[in-house]
Design a protein around this ligand. Structure first.
Ligand code: SF4
Length: 443
């Protein structure tokens, strides 16, 4: 049925109205299939990197550090220290004789120069293979300096990007657990927003509009001191479900904080998210404010995007993003813009998210888990996609095929969340899809 696709990959691909069996997902990538997923270490780093005053020491070869240096376009309202990357730069000699001493020296140097309150130490592939006792080095450094030095044992080969997310969440819990005894505060934590192009600030403004205080943010524009208040919140709002549901579950177990998923992409989902948060506060005044605010902003966003509908109507979209929850919002958002989704895939989507996607998309839409470039190319050509929405690894593929592209990942420069993001997204998609360059590129 799916020709020119590796036999072992066939169960990870389905067509919405044709294949009744659930898609194969939440499993290791097929060896040799050239997965688009990042490694375990990268998954952990992208979650922790936006903490603005944290230091990141990468215990491994210099390549691991350079691969993830300033990896997210996360913005900060304060410190810019997180934009640095430190490495022990392991060499052959260290592989033979061990790298623990080098790691101790690196921590000493960072402490002597910057005296930070928080350091994350990542053990990458080589450190995992040679077996340096990274935990012991971090423990000793905490004792010596009184700062938090948290190990993140994330060799790239020990799973996939989702494993890295969990390791980052475990590291955050190590930070929070000693601060569990706090009086409950009237406010929420926002999880899984990384303040790309200032999106966390947009969401915080919405919370201010409806009178809901934000206590901590994970991890966009976070700081060590602000994170420590998180156990006092009455609700966790999870935006990027793929990276942060695990943290929300652990916080519910340890601190008794309930959580909800809330997407701020597209008019429909943003409105639902704000109203849902207001409902859960139990305050009639907050509900009233949320109702009035979302009605006003939805109308404004609808009016601002209306001029694009004519030039976007009938265009076909392909989506390949990190998590399933975002993919669901994007399908809805394209529908709001009069466009049809013909292909949708994710790196780390979950079974329940694929089930929702299967019901949401039009008949004949191709759904893929953990796709590779060859599959994306084949199905985008077959389905006649006009634009691909993805991340940095998908961009060259789209351009080589002469297909428009919209970056919905770390590198985006315009906010795509909230009502503000709705207009930015429509404008960017319209500019890209209707650019005359594609006529020349496709010959
Ligand atoms: S796969 Fe291993 S060597 Fe490569 S970046 Fe990830 S941790 Fe470093």
């Amino acid at each position: 049925m799916y020709t020119h696709v590796l036999e072992e990959r066939k169960n990870s691909i389905k067509t919405s109205d044709r294949d009744a069996a659930p898609i194969r997902c939440e499993t290791a990538s097929v060896s040799g299939a050239v997965s688009q997923r990042a490694c375990v270490y990268c998954g952990a780093r992208v979650v922790l990197n936006p903490i603005t005053d944290a230091f990141h020491i990468v215990h491994g070869p210099i390549g691991c550090a350079s691969y993830t240096w300033d990896i997210r376009g996360s913005l900060s309202s304060g410190s810019e220290l997180y934009r640095n990357s430190f490495s022990t730069d392991l060499q052959e000699k260290d592989v033979v004789f061990g790298g623990a001493k080098k790691l101790t020296s690196a921590i000493d140097e960072v402490m002597n120069v910057y005296a930070p309150k928080l350091i994350f130490v990542y053990a990458t592939c080589i450190a995992g293979v040679i077996g340096d006792d990274v935990e012991a080095v971090c423990r000793e450094a905490e004792r010596k300096y009184g700062s938090r030095v948290i190990p993140v044992k994330a060799p790239g080969f020990s799973g996939n990007k989702s494993t890295g997310y969990r390791m980052a969440c475990d590291a955050l819990m190590q930070l929070l657990l000693p601060h569990r005894e706090q009086a409950a505060a009237d406010g929420v934590n926002i999880l899984g927003d990384y303040n790309l192009a200032g999106e966390m600030w947009i969401i915080k403004n919405y919370m201010k509009e409806i009178g809901v205080p934000v206590i901590s943010t994970f991890t966009g524009d976070a700081s060590y001191d602000r994170l420590l208040g998180a156990p006092s919140a009455r609700l966790n709002v999870v935006q990027c479900a793929g990276s942060m549901i695990y943290l929300a579950e652990r916080m519910e177990m340890e601190f008794g904080i309930p959580w909800i998923k809330a997407s701020f992409f597209g008019i429909e989902d943003t409105t639902t998210a704000i109203r849902q948060i207001a409902d859960l506060t139990g305050s009639p005044e907050t509900r009233r404010k949320a109702e009035a605010f979302t009605r006003r902003e939805s109308e404004r966003a609808t009016a601002l995007t209306a001029p694009y509908h004519k030039s976007l109507a009938g265009k076909k979209a392909a989506i390949f993003v990190g998590g399933g929850f975002k993919a669901i919002s994007l399908v809805r958002q394209f529908r709001e813009m009069g466009m049809e989704t013909v292909l949708v895939g994710t790196q780390t989507g979950k079974a329940d998210e694929y089930e929702v996607l299967g019901k949401l998309v039009s008949p004949g839409t191709v759904i893929l888990d953990d796709a590779n470039p060859a599959e994306l190319e084949k199905f985008m050509r077959e389905k006649g996609a006009d634009i691909l929405v993805g991340g940095v690894k998908e961009r060259p593929l789209a351009y080589k095929l002469g297909i428009a592209f919209c970056d919905h990942n770390h590198e985006r420069k315009h906010a795509l969340a909230g009502y503000e993001g709705v207009e930015n997204f429509a404008r960017e998609v319209n500019l890209s899809v209707n650019s005359p360059v594609w006529h020349y590129a496709r010959g």
